[in-house]
Design a protein around this ligand. Structure first.
Ligand code: ATP
Ligand code: MG
Length: 239
């Protein structure tokens, strides 16, 4: 079903053809982590929810894969934590940006940053375009499936970056402040669930949850999980 959503996204002009390659890489890593939200991913998701609730100007970046796979979950989280959506494409065309905005609006999104009047410094032309009141001004950005160079450029701007990336070895995974090594299809509902649970807490209690979080440990636990699964695959010679 997930694969069909991505293919539909490509056919509708929402997802770039390159999105198929990213999906394939994601599927391979999902297989290796056991196609489940691991304990360390759940911890990162909880810390991410706390950070998003603590943020002054949180923004959720939307690309062609996430718009095809989880449009409703993106809108739900956006409403829950009061973080507008912003379409932010690696292979950017105005036509595709507008198609994604229409797709999100048709599904009920009300809060979307629409302008492309600012640039992320250090990134080449079209890939750098952002809204001056959106990602450009945000203190915390949630980037599902971001490219490594742009992730680094957002960090260089002083932002807190929360990435969702099934590949714990990618540059994005290693650069981000919080890396959620989980499929976006599971990660977004999990973050929303935590946000609902934590919403009633005060600033200090939220800070307690986020304090001491160690992203290197999250990545190392994800790699341990992969190793463990690979060993069990070898033990079982037949499925
Ligand atoms: P980097 O630029 O960070 O080194 P990359 O060039 O290998 O990584 P990109 O194509 O820039 O990867 O980004 C796509 C990333 O998204 C991949 O790491 C892939 O594992 C991940 N990915 C793809 N589909 C999903 C999904 N459904 N959920 C979570 N992550 C996914
Ligand atoms: Mg890349």
């Amino acid at each position: 079903m997930t694969r069909e959503s991505i293919v539909d996204g490509v056919n509708q002009g929402i997802t770039s053809i390159h999105g198929l390659i990213a999906q394939g890489r994601g599927e391979a890593f999902d297989y290796l982590i056991g196609e489940k939200s691991t304990e360390s991913a759940l911890k990162a998701e909880k810390v991410a929810a706390a950070k998003l609730l603590l943020a002054r100007k949180p923004v959720i970046s939307v690309n062609g894969n996430s718009a095809a796979l989880v449009p409703d979950e993106l809108i739900r989280l956006s409403e829950l934590i009061n973080a507008p959506l912003e379409v932010n494409l690696f292979h950017r065309t105005e036509e595709r940006v507008n198609k994604i905005i229409r797709h999100l609006r048709n599904r009920g999104a009300r809060n979307i940053f629409l302008k492309s009047d600012a640039r992320i410094p250090g990134i080449e032309h079209d890939r750098a375009k952002v809204d001056s009141h959106g990602i450009f001004a945000a203190d915390v950005v949630l980037v599902p499936l971001e490219d490594g160079d742009r992730c680094k450029a957002l960090l260089d701007m002083g932002k807190t970056v929360i990435a969702i990336d099934l590949n714990p070895l990618s540059r994005t995974a290693r650069y981000a402040d919080i890396t959620i090594v989980d499929n976006i299809t599971r990660a977004l509902p999990n973050i929303s669930g935590f946000a609902e649970e934590l919403k009633c807490l005060g600033q200090e209690e939220l800070q307690d949850i986020a304090r001491g979080y160690d992203n290197r440990q999250t990545l190392s636990l994800a790699i341990d999980e992969i190793k463990k699964n690979m060993e069990s695959f070898v033990d079982l010679s037949k499925p």
